[in-house]
Each structure stands twice: as C-alpha cells, then as structure tokens.
Design a protein around this ligand. Structure first.
Ligand SMILES: Cc1ncc(COP(=O)(O)O)c(C=O)c1O
Length: 370
C-alpha cells in the first residue's frame, strides 16, 4: 500500500462541493428576503428537527454549550444543586452545570461504550441531586432505559447531551426524545454540522419549551418586558438554511459512517484492538471512531510518523481536571474512566472516507502492535 495516502481527520471540502449550489442559492434567497435572524429557515428547521427526532418542540440556540446551560436552567438547576454526569466527555457538559452555579457529580462510565454507567449513577444520588445528564458520547446512545428508571424512582430530571449523536437511536427511540430535554451541537465536526456555530434543544415538555424560549431571548416574557436575566442565544438564518439541506441527507450520511466503522471493525478482527460496541437494535451515529488498546501512545506515534491524524478523546477525566480539584476526586475513584483515558484513541470517520484510507490507518496500527 502506498505511503502517500492522505487521511485528514475530517474533510469537509467534498461535502461543501456537493452542497454548495443549494446552499449558495439559500444564501441568495436569505439576502433577497433581508432576514438574517429568526427568519423562515430557522422556524422551518426547528419544525423539521422536531419531526425528525419525534418531539413536540425544538428550540434553536447559538451552540451546544448554550443548549445545555439553557436546558439545565429551565429545569431549575441553581446553586447547591447536584447534577450527576459523565467524566468522559468534552468539558462543556460539566461546565454547563457549573456556569449556572450547580455542582457536577461524576459517575463512572461503562467499559464497552464509554457512556455513563447506571449502577455508578445510582451510587452517587444524594438529597441534593436534582438531575442526571448522560452523554451519548462519540454517537453511542447512553443506557437511557436504566437511567430514566433511576430518575423516576428518585424524582430527578434527565437531560441528554446529544451533541455528538444526532440521529443515534436506543431501540427505535431517537436520542433527544428520550428525556426531559435533548441538547445538540451543530459545530462543523458534528454528525449534523453547520459551517459555523449552532445548537438546539428538543423537548416534549411545554413548560421547558416556554422557559427556554424566554431565557434564550434575554429572559423576555413579552417584547421589552424582562422576567429574568437570561441570554442572547440564536441560530442564524444562513446556518439554518444549510442545516435544512443537510438534515435531508442525514440518514444516508450516518449509514456511510456506519459502513466506515464496519470496515475498521473487520480489519481489527482478531487483533489486540478493542473496537467500539454498537447498540443492539439501535443506531450508533459514529461522530468519532474510538478504539482502545494497551499501547495507545506507541500506536499514536506510528500514526503520526505517517502523518495520519488521530485524537485523544479524552486524555483526562473531567473529575481530575484542575478546575474541579475542589470537588476532591482522585485517580482510582472512577477506574473505568481512568483506564479509558489511557487506552482510547479516536480515528478519522466521516461519510467520504474511503476503504483505501481506512485500510491504510488500520494497517499502520496493526503493524505498530505486531
Ligand atoms: C459532548 C459535547 N457536549 C457539548 C458540546 C458543546 O457544543 P458546542 O461546541 O457547540 O458549544 C460538545 C461539542 O464540542 C460536545 O462534544
């Protein structure tokens, strides 16, 4: 196999070529209408996502972090409240709890799928616990059946961090429809990504919908009437126009991601590489393809030597981050997360990745391990 194969971590240029005509025409229409904020594309996109995810409401916001902050605030989280979440995620998950004065409480993850472990969640409940914030990490749905059962027993809310998992399914249920509120990011690297920043919340609850719509618009209860100090969090019209085009093709795009993942898995068969599990009867969205192996750093170096990018998602659990030192966690408290931080390596995965590129990556890894 040639040593000159290029494997970018993400390549949006081909996608842009395919979409550019439709998107440029949508930009042109937006310009002609002269409506750049809160226009017809934003409204239509919210309706279309609610229809796709299967919720009564979808509320667009400026990014995925805002989606989390607004959902948690709308559900009443404030100083003194604990929210149980995953330590194995992007920082924004826990940061959203802290931003509004709550305390993140970290439970351990499951070995196979890197998602929150319901048994560990149960052990973390105190009389200050207000809710649970599972993360569908890398595109794998968290165990929502078990998490919702715990929440029901203890009268807690559940918010899904679905930033990396648009269109993933637990059984027949699409993530974002499986709890009080689902939070999405449309950052360009996401399964459904725009060409800038964007985010959205899905919910079946009228009260949550109303609260979020008020909070995202400066806490306004009516034009120029402010009931609370809120935020300015808006998805813009041009991003919404692009997202509407991409939403029409999302199932095809995620099927291609699954095809790439299948090629990786069969190439790694009978090797020391542990491949990600796929949900039984559901759907993995494969925002990232994260493998684990004992000699992770040696493998990463071998990939770097061939200019193949990979990513350490995530090299240090959030419970051990400097910013959360005061919470008092130490190495060994969440052993499955600690182990994942040492062994996990995320590989390129996107619809346009070719089998030739995948084979080049796996061959490099397998020869480093032999
Ligand atoms: C799991 C997770 N949660 C939240 C976020 C925050 O999303 P955004 O970057 O759109 O604010 C991200 C994105 O990076 C993420 O991966």
């Amino acid at each position: 196999m040639s040593d000159s194969i290029k494997v970018p971590f993400l390549d949006l240029s081909r996608e842009f070529e395919d979409l550019s005509e439709e998107w440029m025409s949508a930009i042109h229409e937006t310009g002609k209408a002269g409506s750049y904020i809160g226009g017809s594309n934003v409204q239509a996109f919210e309706k279309e996502v609610a229809g796709y995810v299967g919720t009564k409401h979808a509320i667009s916001v400026a990014n995925g972090t805002d989606a989390l902050v607004l959902s948690l605030r709308a559900l009443g989280v404030g100083p003194g409240d604990e929210v149980i979440t995953s330590p194995y995620t992007f920082f924004a998950t826990a940061e959203a709890i802290s931003i509004i004065g709550g305390t993140p409480v970290f439970a351990d993850i499951e070995e196979g799928n890197f998602c929150l472990d319901p048994v560990s969640v149960k052990s973390k409940i105190t009389d200050k616990t207000k809710g649970i914030l599972p993360v569908h990490i890398f595109g794998h749905p968290a165990n929502m059946v078990a998490i919702n059962a715990i929440a029901k027993e203890h009268d807690l809310f559940v918010v899904e961090d679905a930033a990396q998992a648009f269109s993933a399914k637990e059984g027949d249920g699409i993530v974002g429809s499986l709890s009080d509120a689902g939070c999405f990011s449309f950052y360009p690297t996401k399964v459904l990504g725009c060409y800038g920043d964007g985010g959205l919340i899905t919910t079946n609850r009228d009260d949550v919908n109303e609260n979020i719509r008020m909070l995202k618009n400066h806490g306004a209860s009516a034009p120029f009437m402010h009931a609370e100090v809120g935020y300015n969090s808006r998805l813009d019209e041009i991003q919404a126009a692009l997202l509407r085009i991409k939403l029409q093709q999302i199932d095809q795009a995620v099927a291609s991601r699954n095809t790439v993942a299948g090629r990786y898995a069969s190439n790694f068969n009978d090797s020391p590489v542990v491949v990600p599990t796929t949900p039984k009867g559901g759907r993995h969205a494969f925002n990232l393809y994260t493998i684990r192996m004992p000699n992770r750093d040696k493998v990463r170096q071998a990939l770097m030597d061939k200019n193949i990018p990979s990513s350490l998602c995530y090299p240090l659990g959030l419970h051990l981050q400097e910013v959360y030192q005061d919470l008092g966690y130490k190495v060994g408290d969440l052993p499955v997360c600690d182990k994942a931080s040492l062994e996990a390596l995320s590989l390129p995965v996107y619809p346009d990745l070719t089998f030739e590129q995948v084979d080049y990556v796996t061959e490099t890894i397998l020869s480093a391990l032999s």
